[in-house]
Each structure stands twice: as structure tokens, then as C-alpha cells.
Design a protein around this ligand. Structure first.
Ligand code: NIG
Ligand code: FE
Length: 391
């Protein structure tokens, strides 16, 4: 892809450039040149032969909650038996259940558990992963998660970004006094997080039963004081106003959007905010899928991500996310590829470093066997096609 392309919108989302029999030259972990073998410069670089394989940019997972204490398989069974996600949450399950377990777990074990998941995701081709806090919901526990993410940044071979999601739910002890919890986030959590430089972004779950658009606005403005940019969970449970508050605050992305109307589409069209669909959570919770076809046809860019978390999307295999997006969000395979690479990088502000094979970008690649067509990749659903990854 040529330099300067930062996002693909509307019809352009179908665009993929391929080169048969190609070379890529890498120096100091950056792509310095690429093209057909016929013009490959002669030099004494070390040669890695990938003949007969495909090479593509590593995936960008722009939305995960990869640091958590335990799985929530009991809720999985409750949902099979007929309870809804919202009912379980209202009975103290859901996010509050994860927060209870996380508060009891020490930092070292949390780190070790997340490391296992991240290494599995890397094996599936993830080259960049954003990780949110939000299962702590107290100053101590939120800081614990963010410190684990900081340690992961320094120890795993891929790029990690951290998002502060203290506003994921109102914790039980503040149930009758939500204003006090919002004050705690603004006056206690944020200053410490900013001081220790623990968050690249701030997220709020702006949805029915969680945080209102007004509360979200106040929280995002507080984060902005520290130069922390917004990413929003919005419109998962209904038309919540999440899109409007995200756009108003110039958020990098607004994620979920299972419920979205013409007004929200118009609002996104007037902005730089990237809509991110999370087909894994629609699949797992059996809720509507984000209408990406309609959004792309209206001229929007779309990114997709795993939403890896123990409650609504216990998966990190972005090949599967790609298949789901094609089958249920209406993306064409080419659009799914761009939604997982360049547009996902844009949703993290990393479009100059990741998301395509472009001179000057990071040499983070996936190699696979050769396919008849790119359409075949998401067709084999649930399969990890990676043969070898370079991060
Ligand atoms: O993105 N929707 C809000 N947060 C997470 C799920 C949290 C949970 O159930 O543990 C999500 O789906
Ligand atoms: Fe999420």
C-alpha cells in the first residue's frame, strides 16, 4: 500500500493490492522496500525464502479485555438455559462478577494468565493488541490491571496499547451513589493513572444500565485534561447516545454499535471517529450484529476486533472474527481484511506504523499457505491460517 493511506472508507474498503512473486526488505524492524522480485535490489541482506506462501500484514486487535481473573462459564450455561446477558448482570454476575474475582487475585497471577492468552493470540496472527482495564472498579484494582498491561508492553513481542475503562460498570458498593463513583474515577483514579502514564486511552461503557451520555461526556472531558484520548463502548444494548458523545469528544473509535440508525451513521460520516464492530460478542451473546454493510454502503470506514473478554467474547482468533464479519455483518472478504488491518490501526491512532505493507511501517507479518483467492481465508472458519509470524 502506498504511503499516506490512513483509512479506507465506503467502496475503497474493497481495495487490496497484491504482488505475485514479491520481495520485502526489512531493516531495523521496518519495511524499507518491497515490490516484484524482478526489481529486487542486489545486496548482502539475509534472505528468508517464503516461496509458495502468502505474506500479509499482521492483524490489529483494537479492542480487548485480555487481563481478567477467571472464565465465566457458569454464565455461559445460564444463558443456554434462557437467562439474558442483562439479567445476569443485574443479578450481580457479568462485569461485577469479574471485578470480584480480579480484586482477589494478585498481580503476578493476573500477569501470567494474560500472558498465556496473548501468546495464543500472537500465534493466531495478532501483531497489535489494545487491552482495557475495567474489571477492577476500585482505584487499587484498576491500577493493578493497568500495571499488568504496562508489564505486558515490556515483555511480549507485539505492540500493546492500554485503555483505562474504570467506567465499565458501577461497582456494587456505589450502587446507590453513582455520582461518588464517577468522582472517584475523575479525582482519584485518573490523576494516578496519568502520573504513572498507565493509559493510552480512556473508555466508557455508554449504554443502558451502565453510563449515560452525560456521564460519559464528563468522564471523557476529565481524561482529555491529561491528554488521554477517548475510545467508547456504545450502542450495544440499544441506541444509547454513545455515537454522538464519542463524535462530540473526537473519540478515536466507537465500538459495538449493534444498534445504530441513520442519525448515528450521519453523525459518524461527519467525523474522524472509526466505528468498530465486534462480531464475537454478537455471536456469543446472540444479540444483533452491527449492520456494517449498511454503514460501508453509506460511505463509512469500518474496523472489526475480537472484544476478547470472559463475559461476552471469549475468543482472540481474528481469523474467526473475519469469518463472522463476512457471514453476519455483511463484509466482503476484502473488506474484512482491511477492517482487521489498516482501519483497525486507525482505530488506535497507529495507522502510520501498522496495518499495511508500506515503506516505513513496522515489519509485522503473517505468512500462510497459498490460497486460490483471499475469499478462501474467511471461508475456512475457525481455522488459524498462520504458518509463521514476524512481529
Ligand atoms: O465489550 N460491553 C461491555 N464490556 C464487555 C463485556 C464485559 C463482560 O461481560 O465482561 C464487552 O462486551
Ligand atoms: Fe469490550
Amino acid at each position: 500500500m502506498p504511503e499516506g493511506v490512513s483509512v479506507l472508507k465506503g467502496k475503497d474498503m474493497q481495495h487490496i493490492e497484491t504482488i505475485d512473486n514479491a520481495f520485502i526488505m526489512v531493516q531495523d524492524d521496518l519495511i524499507v522496500d518491497f515490490g516484484p522480485m524482478s526489481v529486487c535490489p542486489k545486496n548482502n541482506f539475509t534472505v528468508y525464502d517464503h516461496q509458495g506462501k502468502w505474506l500479509m500484514p499482521g492483524f490489529v486487535d483494537s479492542h480487548t479485555h485480555a487481563v481478567f481473573a477467571t472464565a465465566r462459564h457458569q454464565e455461559f450455561v445460564m444463558r443456554i438455559q434462557g437467562k439474558t446477558y442483562v439479567e445476569i448482570a443485574n443479578e450481580g454476575g457479568g462485569i461485577l462478577n469479574s471485578a470480584k474475582k480480579l480484586r482477589e487475585m494478585d498481580e503476578e497471577l493476573l500477569y501470567q494468565k494474560a500472558l498465556v492468552h496473548i501468546n495464543n493470540a500472537i500465534a493466531c496472527g495478532t501483531a497489535v493488541m489494545e487491552i482495557k482495564s475495567g474489571y477492577g472498579l476500585s482505584t487499587e484494582a484498576e491500577l493493578k490491571i493497568l500495571r499488568v498491561i504496562k508489564r505486558l508492553k515490556n515483555t511480549v513481542p507485539i505492540k500493546i496499547l492500554s485503555t483505562f475503562l474504570g467506567a465499565h460498570a458501577i461497582p456494587t458498593e456505589y450502587k446507590e451513589n453513582r455520582g461518588a463513583y464517577i468522582d472517584l474515577i475523575i479525582n482519584d483514579m485518573l490523576p494516578q493513572i496519568a502520573k504513572e502514564k498507565l493509559a493510552d486511552f480512556m473508555d466508557v461503557f455508554c449504554d443502558f444500565g451502565f453510563f449515560t451520555p452525560q456521564e460519559t461526556d464528563v468522564l471523557l472531558k476529565a481524561a482529555e485534561q491529561y491528554g488521554i484520548k477517548a475510545k467508547i463502548h456504545g450502542n450495544e444494548l440499544g441506541i444509547s447516545g454513545g455515537v454522538q458523545v464519542a463524535v462530540k469528544n473526537n473519540a478515536l473509535s466507537v465500538d459495538h454499535l449493534e444498534h445504530i440508525g441513520q442519525e448515528e451513521i450521519e453523525c459518524l460520516l461527519s467525523s474522524e471517529t472509526i466505528p468498530v464492530a465486534l462480531p464475537g460478542s454478537s455471536f456469543f451473546l446472540k444479540i444483533p450484529y452491527t449492520p456494517c454493510r449498511q454503514m460501508i454502503d453509506a460511505g463509512l470506514p469500518v474496523a472489526i476486533a475480537s472484544d476478547f473478554n470472559p463475559g461476552s467474547s471469549p475468543h482472540y482468533n481474528l481469523w474467526f472474527t473475519w469469518s463472522l464479519a463476512c457471514l453476519y455483518n455483511g463484509l466482503l472478504p476484502n473488506e474484512g481484511f482491511n477492517a482487521l488491518t489498516i482501519n483497525a490501526a486507525k482505530a488506535l491512532g497507529l495507522e502510520k506504523e501498522y496495518g499495511s505493507i508500506t515503506k516505513g511501517k513496522k515489519a509485522a507479518f503473517i505468512t500462510t499457505r497459498a490460497f486460490e483467492s483471499i475469499n478462501e481465508m474467511p471461508y475456512w472458519f475457525g481455522v488459524n491460517h498462520c504458518i509463521e509470524n514476524r512481529n
